[in-house]
Design a protein around this ligand. Sequence first.
Ligand SMILES: Cc1ncc(COP(=O)(O)O)c(C=O)c1O
Ligand SMILES: N[C@@H](CCOP(=O)(O)O)C(=O)O
Length: 528
Amino acid sequence: MASSSLFNPSFSTLNPKPRPFYRNPKINHRPLPAIFCTSSIFDPSSPITNNNSPPHPIKHRRPADENIRDEARRHRSASDDRHNFSAKYVPFNAGFDSPESYSLDEIVYRSRSGGLLDVLHDMDALKKFDGAYWRSLFDSRVGRTTWPYGSGVWSKKEWVLPEIDPDDIVSAFEGNSNLFWAERYGKQFLGMNDLWVKHCGISHTGSFKDLGMTVLVSQVNRLRRMNRPVVGVGCASTGDTSAALSAYCASAGIPSIVFLPANKISTAQLVQPIANGALVLSIDTDFDGCMKLIREVTSELPIYLANSLNSLRLEGQKTAAIEILQQFDWEVPDWVIVPGGNLGNIYAFYKGFKMCQELGLVDRIPRLVCAQAANANPLYLYYKSGWEEFKPVQANSTFASAIQIGDPVSIDRAVYALKNSDGIVEEASEEELMDAMAQADSTGMFICPHTGVALTALIKLRNSGVIGPSDRTVVISTAHGLKFTQSKTDYHSGDIPGMGRFANPPVEVNADFGAVMDVLKNYLLSIL
Ligand SMILES: Cc1ncc(COP(=O)(O)O)c(C=O)c1O
Ligand SMILES: N[C@@H](CCOP(=O)(O)O)C(=O)O
């Protein structure tokens, strides 16, 4: 897309806000069973967690030859290793007792029949602790730097990869992302008072993919230490998976290989794996073509597959759902709206919510909405057919380029999630998604076009009365807006034919006091 001369480079200086962490003072932190009190940081009697003690500075000096991993290892108690939580791969939709199952240390992506796999946890072992226990444990870890619990993903380690050694974990302390109360957007455009945006894109590599990638790359790290044949890790990508994969691999010193559809991802996304030292293949096809190639390649070479076809990824992504409940003091929102492409994430949300219900942390799950771009809408068409017949589509170009996917690998997972959450599928035209993004930005957000797709779904469901004015609704923002500045620039410059209802181009003015005053007077009169 053409860049605009209207934009002076000085307009583009923007410092992303530091991500705040949340900690709810209203939560009553109950004492934890001894097996989890592995360091003073989780000890309710320590000055950090005992509400009755006056806060005082803790002198914390570690020896020069020790780091936070070593410190965590030193504090780990023998009882830590005695818990019997476990997880394994089973065919998707099979039970924990399925005759077909695989250890997570095996390199396997598909069931014997060629179907999807799922990571299933030993729920009986987890159920030995009640919902209050798990709530309290997870809450006690928020905002810490204790390895590896400072991560929003690894703070739920027992539900993610219970058996991995913390020494093998590769983490950027991802997760704990901002849940933003969209007060003005909700009130002004939707007449809503309880609308929230979960900013999963305010993250290490700028998208929710970090949540899954920390899990996948940690498991790869473990496999390599076990001398399993994993020389590198590869993915097909529309830009975000490749960014996350290359960053986590680079941090662990593991080679990464990414297949990108040539000229179909933003410059900001393209430069991420390049900068992180991945082998970047720009391939003359679309995402679906890249996905087909990486599947063939990973079945021939010792390259581990990092797309969400690999169910490990979803174990990390599901923690965003748990985090939302935690951020609402374990109250369940009415709706959660997720933009969908390869369709792993909608299932990950379902799985996170469902686990919380099954383990007694909450008593119900929210209704899920999956939002697709009309130019890449195979799930929407399937839904509209009454789930009659799924047909992959040829995905057309969309400003929501990260979801330009016509043959999603997780279609079965998505349908399961939607059917079991009384879910809905909506779609957004190009104009609708760009207008929704511009309106949201005008209220102080800076969202990506995929979040514009999700907001369009919300607008439609509000207009039809399906979502009520006071329904507590969470829109999942999946990537940082700074990855998609070109489409925003083009929209506001009026460079996109037929678009720009909410464009706000800069005013060119001579360096002359009178000229500047004229512009300002007109502006002030227009807003009075
Ligand atoms: C920014 C962004 N939003 C949404 C999605 C959709 O997620 P999923 O493929 O899990 O449906 C993707 C990737 O596909 C993405 O990169
Ligand atoms: N949007 C994704 C597409 C691939 O999805 P995945 O979750 O299966 O890796 C991307 O950024 O590549």
